[in-house]
Design a protein around this ligand. Sequence first.
Ligand code: AOF
Ligand code: ZN
Length: 371
Amino acid sequence: MTAETHAPGSDRSADLHWSARALALAAQADYRTSPNPMVGAVVLDREGHLAGEGYHKGPGRPHAEEEALAQAGERAKGGTLYVNLEPCTHAHRTPNCADAVIESGIYRTVISMTDPDERVRGGGVQALESARIRTTVGVHAERAQKLNEFYVKHRLTGRPFVTAKFAVSLDGKIATRAGESHWITGEESRRHGHRLRSQHDAILVGINTVIADDPELSARLDGEDVRQPLRIVLDSQLRIRQSARVVGTNTLIATTKPGRVGLAEVLQLPAAADGRISLPDLLDELGKRNLISMLVEGGGEVHAAFFAEGLVDKIYAYVAPKLIGGRDAPGPLGGSGIEHLSDAAGLMDLDFTRLGDDILISAYTNVHRDR
Ligand code: AOF
Ligand code: ZN
């Protein structure tokens, strides 16, 4: 994380206020900018009055600074620019954002975080400073990193950010002993789950879930035009049927076998030692395709495999006020589990949200934090 530096004459409370506004503008994109970051910008004139605002709406659209500077026009001269990501220096168009800021006559910039994209990495801050623009870096840095956590992970590791999601009864079951699981959680939780799907670039399930539930794996939110993530099925032996509802365009079947399955893309990957698909290879391939986030929805064996290899960044657990009981009713993590509590995966930065009568717990894994 960038150490916060202060330019002389800066007003700390105004900086916090307007940087928060830039973050709020950025968040309006609601993850639709992928593989680009969510960026918001605010321009104040030399008297400190709002002169322009904007945010990046997606690939091929103007960058946040371009929008805000265009709105401010001549009023940018001698003014201040707030932006949650360092202005870019690569030639996505002429001039790039750093040059556009310099040309606008902006006197000072306040930036929440540097850009982890290898084409930028501090170059934007350097360009501004060389042009003698007063620059403060690191205001609301933690919030900025979190807002763009998908983007940051992808640019630093080449792999998508991995979110694991499951719904359990209060006694930790994901289905009854007969396999019934629709529905353990209430409507608000399920709606939240669909929003989560639309915010990720891909959703992944295992072949056993496809065989048991025949899910469509789409994001559905009443009256909203939602982004549909790529549907991925982990199917090492290529057992999926052409008639499964998930088979269609926008579907990728990850397998170790050659073959064809309707309109879906079959992606043949190396097998790991246990004969199953090598998950690190899958993540590398998805990262190369510019997918910056993936939601893993299970079932239990799939979750266990991702956790066992330390590939999960964040979890969402929906806990419903139901008791299912039974030795044979499954929990969210299959596999053989751990023997010692000291081997339990650590979870941190917990967040609790009430959704109807359910509780949503979100947390980061120690793998994510240690990276
Ligand atoms: C900014 N402001 O609003 C955004 C930035 O595909 P392009 O040409 O839009 O470039 C995408 C890259 O530009 C992205 O990887 C990141 O480095 C930067 N995104 N930069 O100054 C913005 N969206
Ligand atoms: Zn830019």
